[in-house]
Ligand binder design. Structure first.
Ligand SMILES: [Zn+2]
Length: 335
């Protein structure tokens, strides 16, 4: 048997020798397994030179064209973790999506393949079709592999999925984007939960070209979860159990969720609260107006005055009235 600590140490050694994965991981969104919630984490840019591996993971089952240039870095990154299955899926984009997993996660691949086209359609229904709609999606086979593939995002075992993207250039489509699922995600959230995670992460991919580093998390995470949940039939308390508990105890959010609240043990509450703010805005002003607000406010860090100006310009309201309306909306859903 392999000693896990030795195996992990070996991985670290392998990755310290081969720094290739660091090349594009300048932004990552993280979906937690606890509370189906998510953080957008901004990572420092690592502009180090690429070190290309010579080995690529063996492809043992595929419907894909192995000459697809997007597959090469995936095979290189997954090479230490064993053979892979690769599927190329036409899901509405100008090119096909790539789905990759090890044979141990063949069922995850089946679920993702089945859910991909409707998920892309769902994201496009709210955001629009102005994104490539051809994601590269990887299911990690083991926790060690997940950590290795997402380590630049600072992930832990509680993270269900990560969207890794390239650096932000306003108005341009990032060239390197990859969604990575935790090997335990489907076991812990089920097939429907996996589909929700997929829609959430796809929303980050779709909106990346309009999302600047430092954008307010209540908006970027709230919007991704709003899109993920929209029209799926889940109840308020199913989507936001922690928030529901606090509402029933008479505790209302008094301001939009601060970025600092998205880390730590109370993170699920932050994500749920962010979702509720976006769900309220879509309910009150319409999904298109919510999207317009996203496009205006997600370009980078926003101070209070800039946010207030956006509320006035896009929503025709003040922060105080917006908060009053949100609180009243929440009271009506506390059950
Ligand atoms: Zn997210």
């Amino acid at each position: 048997m392999t000693d896990p600590s030795r195996r992990a140490s070996g991985l670290r050694t392998w990755f310290s020798v081969n720094g290739r994965l660091e090349f594009v991981l300048t932004l990552a969104s993280v979906t937690l397994l606890t509370g189906a919630c998510v953080a957008l984490i901004l990572l420092p840019r690592n502009a180090g030179p690429l070190q290309l591996a010579t080995d690529e993971a063996e492809v043992i089952g595929t419907t894909a064209n192995l000459g697809d240039p997007r597959l090469t870095p995936v095979r290189q990154d997954l090479q230490p973790f064993g053979p892979i299955l690769v599927r190329q899926v036409a899901a509405g984009g100008s090119s096909e999506a790539l789905l990759v997993a090890h044979p141990s996660h063949r069922t995850d691949l089946d679920v993702l393949e089945q859910q991909l086209a409707p998920a892309i359609a769902a994201v496009s229904a709210t955001w629009g079709t102005g994104w490539n709609r051809a994601p590269v999606i990887v299911v990690a086979g083991t926790p060690a592999e997940f950590t290795a593939l997402t380590r630049a995002a600072g992930t832990t075992a509680e993270v269900a999925a990560v969207a890794l993207t390239g650096s932000y250039v306003p108005g341009t489509e990032p060239t390197e984007q990859r969604i990575v699922f935790n090997p335990d995600a489907r076991r812990r959230v089920g097939d429907e939960g996996l589909a929700t995670l997929l829609r959430h992460e796809l929303t980050h991919v779709a909106t990346r070209a309009a999302t600047g580093d430092g954008a307010p998390l209540w908006l970027t995470e709230g919007y991704a979860e709003y899109v993920a949940q929209r029209g799926q039939g889940s109840t308020f308390s199913q989507i936001a159990p922690t928030l529901t508990t606090r509402l029933r105890a008479g505790v209302l959010p008094t301001d939009l969720t601060a970025d600092a609240d998205f880390t730590g043990t109370d993170a699920p509450y932050a994500y749920e609260t962010a979702w509720s703010a976006c769900a309220f805005l879509a309910d009150r002003y319409g999904p298109d107006t919510l999207t317009t607000l996203y496009q205006r406010l997600a370009t980078g860090p926003q101070d209070r005055a800039a946010s207030d100006a956006a509320f006035a310009a896009v929503l025709g309201t003040t922060r105080a009235d917006l908060l009053d309306g949100w609180q009243a909306w929440l009271r009506g859903r506390a059950g």
